[in-house]
Design a protein around this ligand. Structure first.
Ligand code: NDP
Length: 237
């Protein structure tokens, strides 16, 4: 039977690249984002038996309903990818509490809620695999991104603890930590000023990250790992 993978944040950028790669490999996908049209566009483009759903990962009821819909339409989730994320870059002294909360709620609480729902299903299924998308700035820190870095650093602690909690149930939890990747999130950055900091001399492509996500999802003996996919950026940070 085809395995089922839920990709939160699958309508654009890194999540979309993951969804496209997994569809090529024969997975049945649930593509999830707040904007249903965006998710539908990707699912429609993939052809085949894929599902598009609207969900705000920061809302527990939305997440619960989404997992129910996936199970009803595709079957229980075998794999989960958390690529839903936002940034509100600014110096801490200029960051509003509202901007702090929305980054923490989407990037950290959102992944906790989807992991909680997925793990309940995976325990019944006696196995599963989760990849959370962190960031190199969650490992190294970056000025102007203190709250975003905290949300991504928190995701590493969360994922490693959860990996220990559920390993006995044959569920694996890993993190992919990208550097700069060409997506909507980085479209306003001045690339020419940043590439000199990247040993491989270029921004990543979403597909560069997708290959690493698929590798961790499918690697039966890796759990609690953080894999940087950053062209060597963290070596210079
Ligand atoms: P994009 O902005 O291109 O895509 C973000 C995706 O997340 C969209 O599908 C968006 O859809 C979805 N999303 C955002 N907020 C929510 C929410 N509350 N609930 C559900 N879905 C949501 O970002 P990237 O592809 O660049 O980023 C993907 C992940 O990778 C993020 O976690 C990001 O922090 C991380 N990352 C990105 C890097 C980069 O250089 N691009 C570097 C390091 C990490 P919609 O708006 O419709 O909800």
């Amino acid at each position: 039977m085809e395995r089922v993978c839920a990709v939160f944040g699958g309508s654009r950028g890194i999540g979309e690249a993951v969804a496209r790669l997994m569809a090529q490999r024969g997975y049945r996908l649930a593509i999830v984002a707040r904007n249903l049209q965006g998710a539908r566009a990707v699912a429609g483009d993939l052809g085949g038996d894929h599902l598009a759903l609207s969900c705000d990962v920061a809302k527990e009821q939305d997440v619960q309903r989404t997992f129910e819909e996936i199970e009803k339409n595709l079957g229980p989730v075998d794999f989960l990818v958390n690529a839903a994320g936002i940034n509100r870059d600014s110096l801490l002294v200029r960051t509003s509490t509202e901007d702090m909360l929305c980054q923490l709620q989407t990037n950290l609480l959102g992944s906790m809620l989807t992991c909680k729902a997925a793990v309940k299903t995976m325990i019944k299924q006696q196995g599963g695999s989760i990849v959370n998308i962190g960031s190199v700035v969650g490992l190294k820190g970056n000025p102007g991104q203190s709250v975003y870095s905290a949300s991504k650093g928190g995701l590493v602690g969360f994922s490693r603890a959860l990996a220990k909690e559920v390993a006995g149930k044959k569920i694996r939890v890993n993190v992919v930590a990208p550097g700069f990747v060409h997506t909507d999130m980085t479209k306003d950055l001045k690339e020419e000023h940043l590439t000199s900091r990247i040993p491989l001399g270029r921004f990543g492509d979403p597909l560069d990250v997708a290959h690493a996500v698929l590798f961790l999802l499918e690697s039966p003996y890796i759990t609690g790992h953080v894999l940087a996919v950053d062209g060597g950026l963290q070596l210079t940070m």
